[in-house]
Design a protein around this ligand. Structure first.
Ligand SMILES: C[S@@+](CC[C@H](N)C(=O)[O-])C[C@H]1O[C@@H](n2cnc3c(N)ncnc32)[C@H](O)[C@@H]1O
Length: 260
């Protein structure tokens, strides 16, 4: 095959994957449902509890508590009053609303999501809770529609694994962070390579498994962007709880943009 045909084939594959991701989360935004492969009865409350949210956190914003995350990024570090927080792949907005409680009236929270129906759902949830300093923007995390050095904190919950260019996402995170700005992430990673059938499974990619990379490759992508990793740990139990025992784990990662 010529170089041009290989590039075209790769581009087609990328488009198929992106369409599948948007279709999946668009449907969930409208009809509800889950991205986990082994939850027979998707119970967002039970999933959120197993991911480390407190009862209070789960019950404050039930319309936004869709149970699509793989951890609780806000539990990883401090967020101060008046700060600007950006959530990558904000879904129905739960982490944004929890961040809003921390930044208060004087801060700002911005959710970015590429799925129109999710953004609409999150916006109507913000109206419901009368939050006028929580904004949801339609956009891609590989090309974040925000200014350089405009965020104090970037959070994300179970999203970057879906991206086809994780290094570009982390470069964008570094770009929008102020020097000294912090990153709190939950995401899916692989604990060993998937077999070839799973690797090429589009539905499994949209379900946060087949797009995931090995832990070391994930950390390398973060570091190559210029971000400093301060801490990380793995929840391997999520494999049996939500992913049929596949070789995945949820990574909890803290990073920052150095001052200089
Ligand atoms: C698994 S859900 C997680 C949603 C939310 N973070 C939560 O914890 O409930 C993934 C979300 O990321 C969004 N998403 C996936 N890839 C994206 C990309 N490249 N750019 C922006 N949003 C993306 C999807 O539309 C979806 O709403």
């Amino acid at each position: 095959m010529s170089k041009k045909s290989v590039a075209e084939k790769d581009q087609n594959k990328d488009e198929i994957l992106k369409d599948a991701i948007s279709a999946k989360y668009g449907k969930i935004a409208v009809e509800g449902g889950s991205c986990c492969s082994s939850c027979e009865d998707h119970d967002p409350q039970a999933i959120n509890k197993s991911l480390g949210y407190s009862y209070d956190e789960i019950s404050l914003f039930p319309e936004a508590a869709t149970g699509l995350g793989c951890g609780n990024p806000l539990a990883l570090g401090e967020i101060k009053e008046g700060e600007t927080v950006v959530d990558l792949g904000s879904g129905a907005g739960m982490d944004c609303f929890l961040a809003r409680r921390k930044v208060g009236d004087g801060g700002k929270v911005i959710g970015i999501d590429m799925t129109e129906a999710m953004v609409e759902k999150a916006r109507s949830n913000a109206i419901l809770h009368k939050f006028d300093n929580v904004e949801f923007i339609l956009g891609e995390i590989e090309d974040i529609p925000l200014d350089d050095a405009s965020a104090d904190v970037v959070i994300s919950n179970c999203v970057i694994n879906l991206s086809l260019d994780k290094e570009q996402v982390f470069r964008e995170v570094r770009r929008i962070l102020k020097p000294g700005g912090r990153v709190y992430l939950s995401d899916m990673v692989l604990t060993r390579e998937l077999d070839d059938v799973d690797k090429d499974d589009v539905e499994l990619h949209a379900g946060c498994v087949a797009g995931a990379v090995l832990v070391d490759d994930y950390l390398l992508a973060v570091r190559s962007s210029g971000l400093e990793v301060s801490d990380h740990s793995l929840d391997t139990g999520i494999s049996d709880r939500q992913y049929d025992g596949r070789p995945v784990a949820s990574i909890k990662l803290k990073a920052y943009r150095a001052l200089m």
